[in-house]
Design a binder for this molecule. Sequence first.
Ligand SMILES: *Cc1c(COP(=O)(O)O)cnc(C)c1O
Length: 398
Amino acid sequence: MPGYELWGEEEKKHLNDIIESGILMRYNFESVRNNHWKAKEFEQAIQKRMHVKHVQLTSSGTTALMTALNTVGVGAGDEVILPTFTFVASFEAVLSVGAIPILVDIDETLTMDPKAVEKAISPRTKVIMPVHMCGAMADLSALKELAKKHNLLIIEDACQSFGATYKGKYLGTIGDLGCFSFDFVKTVTCGEGGAVLTNNEDYYVHADQYTDHGHDHIGDNRGAENHPYLGLNYRISELHAAVGLAQFEKLDKILSTQRKNKKALKDALQGIEGLEFRKLPDEAGDNASFLSIFLPNKESARELTRELSSKGIGNAYWFDNNWHYVRKWDHLKLLKTLAPLYKEHKELLPNYANADYSQSDAIMGKTITIPISLLWTDEDLAKKAEIIATSVKKVLAK
Ligand SMILES: *Cc1c(COP(=O)(O)O)cnc(C)c1O
């Protein structure tokens, strides 16, 4: 699942380059950095592999999303459509720029339902933000069609799906912009970090400048650079980028291991009456960091999560989870903030507490997700597959 499982000599080697030079900053200091540019190198490596024109690293996935929104000029009072199943960072980013998160139902892809998206489009809508949850893709063909028809932008929250593809293209490179997270539990980690990807030159220039206080990055005298507009500091450090670069070199190994391990678990569960799998718009492109299964209902799913946990099998029951599903987002529903809200928020935020998310509830209620480890031996894998299959059959037999 996460790259941290593969921590090793490669990370130490790249880190050591930076520790020896002592230049922890990604910009400038040309004469003393021994030609180490870890952030730049990591950006170029992503760019090359993912066939995308521009990559801007950031301090986190959250700031990548905030940057992407700023990059396209989305702010106060604009609406951004996103799914009820995501990590809180997706709507936090939207709120942070003064925009209005419009939550829509998911379908059995565990990502936004294009029909629900179409219903939610209003004159204020600027962006559709699909979230490619748990390693796999939203129905991007349908969403792109909608975006085109209604003249909207797509910002992919691909934070959980690094290395995954859809119809041969990398997630994060298919919308107008894509965002990745390299936090500690993601497919590839920097410790903390993120990235914004785009094929649009203007968006890239905005992202490059916005993440560094608006610095135009022209010339080699940082203090003399200009500031075409206001920005913030969402820079990644060279230490974090060094880790990411080492991890990135392991991406093929990460993907092939996850895919092998996930397939073994899935094969062991095939054909069990009453059990279904998450629907994947392009199964071959799944990064395979998680296996999600559907039980007949909430009761059987709750029973399975208890059964698996008691047998030491890591699993998530998102319906009861505080961070990833709308049901427990009380801080959003009650608008608990430390500081006063934007005027636009007071006027325009929907009443999330009263919204009908019954379609999402029905799906989340029956979903169990099992994280796929990179460290399982063949023996572990066989044992786990056996325990999971037995547990599922036991729960379904009741
Ligand atoms: C992890 C994550 C983020 C935020 O990334 P951070 O690097 O932790 O800030 C955003 N969206 C989703 C779906 C995530 O899983």
